[in-house]
Design a protein around this ligand. Sequence first.
Ligand code: BGC
Length: 558
Amino acid sequence: MNGMAGGGAASLDSDMAWWRKAVIYEVYIRSYADGNGDGIGDIPGIRSRLPYLRDLGVDAIWVTPWYPSPQVDGGYDVSDFRDIDPLLGSIDDAENLIGDVHELGLRIIADIVPNHTSDRHRWFQSALAAGSGGPERDRYVFRRGRGANGDLPPNDWRSRLGGPAWTRVAEPDGTPGEWYLHLFTAGQPCLNWDNMNVRSEFLSILRFWFDRGIDGFRVDGATRLGKNLEMPEESPNPEGYGPGEHPFFDRDEVHEIFRDWRRVADEYSGERTFVAEAWLPIPERWARYVQPGGLHTAFNFGCLHAGWDAIRLGETIEMTTRAMGRVGAPSTWVLSSHDAVRLVTRFGRAETMQHHADKSKNYGRETDLNLGVRRARAAVLLALALPGVMYIYQGEELGLWEIQDLPEEALRDPFWEYSGRLIRGRDGCRVPLPWSGTEQPFGFTSGCTPPWLPQPDEWRDYTVEAQEGKRGSMLELYRAALRIRRDHPALGGGTLRWLEKSGQALSFARDPGFICAVNFSGDPYRIPGRGDILLTSGPLLGDCLPVDTAAWITLDKY
Ligand code: BGC
C-alpha cells in the first residue's frame, strides 16, 4: 500500500470536486509506453512517462483495463478484478503508479467492466462445472435453448459484433447443454445483475481499489446491466424503442445499482468519482445516470457523432449543457477514444460524423490529412473552452492519424474475425505512441520485440521529441491551451453564453472576460470582442479567422 488509503494527498483533498472541470487523458495501456520490452505497453511504462503528462497539463488519467485477461477484447474481458495482468505489471506496480500520480498532483481513474467477465473468470468456470440449475450459474445468464433438442438460442438477441448473443455449453457430462448470454464476444459472458452476490461482489471490488487510492472509475457499458429476457430484440437500434423499453439497453433498474456504487464512493474522502460510459440521445434518459445520488458524470458522444458541422455541434453543446445543468452534473466532452476513428482522419473526410458504435470506421474513404489537422486543431480549442470535463485520447495531442492499412495478421480487435474479416475494427487508432527517434519503435519500447501493432515510418515527424518546442506543432498547441485553461478564471467549470450559433460560426463567452470563436464558413470571420488574442488554432487573416480556425480571446488581463 502506498499510504493513500481512504483519501488522496492533502494538496489533492483541498481541490474539491476536481471531477467537475478536469482534463482527463485516456491511457490505452497496451499502446502508451512499454516498460519491460515485450512490445506491449504496461504500468511501468506509464510510470516512466508520467512527467510527460504533467508537462502536457492534464489533471487526471484514465487507464483502460489492467486486470488479468485473455485479451480477447483488449482487456475488456476480465478474469480477476482484484489483480493485474502479468503482461501489464503487478499489484505493486499499480500501487506505485497511484502513488506517483498523486505525487505529481494528478488523479487516476481505473476502468471497471460490470456487464461481463471473461469466460476464464473463476465464476464462469465454476458455473460451467456446476451444471444446470446451480447457484454458480445464476451469476450469469444461462437458459435452456428453444426447439425440441434445445439447439436454438433462447431468444433472438444479437451480439454487438454480429451473430447470436448466445453460445451453447457442454454440460459436465459432455452432453450439449444450456446457452449463456454474451452481448459482446463469446469470451465475455454477461453477468446477471439480479443476483445479489454479483452486486455485493462489485461493491467489494470498488472498495479494493478505492482502498489503494484510486480516484475513480470509468464504468464500461453502464447502460447495459439491466436485461429483460422475455422481450425480443426487434431492432438493433436502441433509438427504435420507447424510453426504458429496450430489452437490454438503458433499463430503469440500472440506477439502483449505481446508487449503491455512489454510496461506496462517498464513504471515501478525496472526491472519488465515476464516469459512466453512457450516452443517450434523449436528454432526460441520459441525465438519469448522473442525477443526485447516481454516478458523477457520463461520457458525451454527441460531439463525436456531430462531426465537423457547426449546426450539429451547436445543438449538441446546447443539449448537453442543458441536460446536465438540470441535474447539477458537469458536462463532458469527448472527441475521440480507443473505439473511434482518429480525429484528424475523421475530419479529413467528406463525411466527418461517426457513430461511436460503428466499428466499420469508413475505412478506405478519401482523407485529406491537412484539412483534418486544421479542423482537429480548431476542434480542440472549441472543446477545451467549453464548461465541464474534457477527455483527451492518447496521441490526439500529437495529431496522430488512423492507420488504415495495418497488416491483416497484426489485427487484434475481435471485430475482424467476428465480421468474417470484413470489418477491420478499432486497431487503427490503437497503434503504440511514438515518443522519440526516427524509426520504429520510436521510443515506445526499449526491448527488441517490435510494438504489438506496427507504427508507420511517417510518425518520425510526429514523435513527442520531434514536436516538443516546435512552433505550430499539435503538441505545443495542446500544451498552450491546457496552460491557459488552467490559469484563466473563466475556464474549467461554469456556464457559457452564445454570441453566435449558426452554420457559419460558433462563438461564445465565458465569464469573466473570455471568448472562443470558431469559423466553419467558407469566408473569413471577424473575431468578436475587443480583447487580446490568447491562442489561435492557425494563422489569422488580419482581424479575421480563416475557415476551420478557432481563437481564444481574453477581455481582461488575468
Ligand atoms: C469499450 C470497448 C469494449 C466494449 C466491451 C466498450 O465500451 O470501450 O472497447 O469493446 O466496451 O467491453
